[in-house]
Design a binder for this molecule. Structure first.
Ligand SMILES: Nc1ncnc2c1ncn2[C@@H]1O[C@H](COP(=O)(O)OP(=O)(O)OP(=O)(O)O)[C@@H](O)[C@H]1O
Ligand SMILES: O=P(O)(O)OC[C@H]1O[C@H](OP(=O)(O)OP(=O)(O)O)[C@H](O)[C@@H]1O
Length: 248
């Protein structure tokens, strides 16, 4: 893997705005094979291997090192990184794809407004029902880290593959951790965010992979790419890459 691999979202929420951001900088993306083609070219970025992948795959690729640079949601990067934020480098937050990862409980839980209340409720729940409160989420690592930081241990995780906000109503779980932007889904499902329950304020970001194979060719291409994508901050791009590479 000597050529620089640069991944952008192939579908979903972040695709259109990523392409718009690149087009505004003068780099229109053309998808090879039309709308459903998963290969792409960006005119003017000749020495870069473009990859079209889902936002989740991009986060995983950056953490594992199969990609050098990519655009994805910070929530996904944080969640896929087993050891936390040292496993990726944010070059630039892109100002779109904004959403918060939050802890929410049923509105009817009048005594539970904070993470400390949740821990107390979990202890009481276990005494009464002889089992732990269940927290439904797809953000397994983020949830574990946040709950530990808040000294909440009276819970067990239930992995959710979608429609997480429905879990308290269907009985699949008692509490949820999920992403929210307008708050409409939480409201529709009778849930409230805990006062200190915002785990992460996420947005789409351009990120580098410390785990990738940074050949001389990849470094040189990355510097050229950053200088083009950061037209107002070229010296910063160079500093950023140098600092980044000396810490890899
Ligand atoms: N309201 C929102 N709900 C979910 N994700 C949002 C929202 N607003 C912004 N995002 C961002 O978009 C990302 C999800 O995008 P998308 O659904 O395309 O990705 P994905 O997880 O790769 O998809 P898939 O689950 O199909 O693999 C989130 O991780 C988050 O960074
Ligand atoms: O705060 P809101 O604006 O209501 O947005 C939040 C919801 O949007 C996403 O779900 P989506 O409908 O994309 O389905 P998904 O569960 O398949 O991601 C996300 O998982 C939340 O459920």
């Amino acid at each position: 893997m000597s050529k620089l691999s640069f991944a952008i979202p192939s579908k979903g929420r972040l695709k259109e705005q990523t392409e718009q951001w690149l087009a505004e900088l003068g780099f229109p993306v053309s998808q090879i094979g039309g709308e459903r083609g998963y290969q792409a070219e960006i005119a003017g970025l000749g020495d870069v291997e473009m990859r079209l992948l889902s936002a989740s795959e991009i986060a995983r690729g950056l953490i594992e090192g199969s990609l050098h640079i990519g655009v994805t949601g910070e929530d996904l990067l944080h969640d896929f990184a087993p050891d936390g934020a040292s496993e990726f480098r944010i070059v630039r937050q892109l100002g779109f794809g904004g959403a918060d990862v939050i802890v929410a409980v049923p509105q009817a839980w009048l005594d539970v407004d904070t993470m400390a209340d949740l821990e107390a409720a979990g202890a009481a729940f276990r005494k009464l029902h002889h089992r732990r409160l269940r927290v439904a989420t797809k953000y397994m690592r983020l949830t574990r880290r946040f709950f530990a930081a808040k000294s909440v241990g009276e819970y067990r995780l239930v992995e959710s593959a979608g429609a997480t906000e429905a879990a308290p109503t269907t009985g699949a779980a008692d509490v949820i951790v999920d992403i929210t932007s307008t708050g409409a889904t939480l409201k529709a499902n009778g849930l409230k965010i805990l006062d200190d329950g915002v785990i992460l304020k996420s947005q789409a970001s351009l990120a580098l992979s410390p785990a990738a194979d940074w050949s001389d060719e990849a470094q040189a291409s990355c510097l050229r790419l950053l200088e083009r994508l950061e037209p107002n901050a070229s010296p910063n791009a160079k500093n950023l890459l140098n600092t980044f590479l000396t810490h890899v």
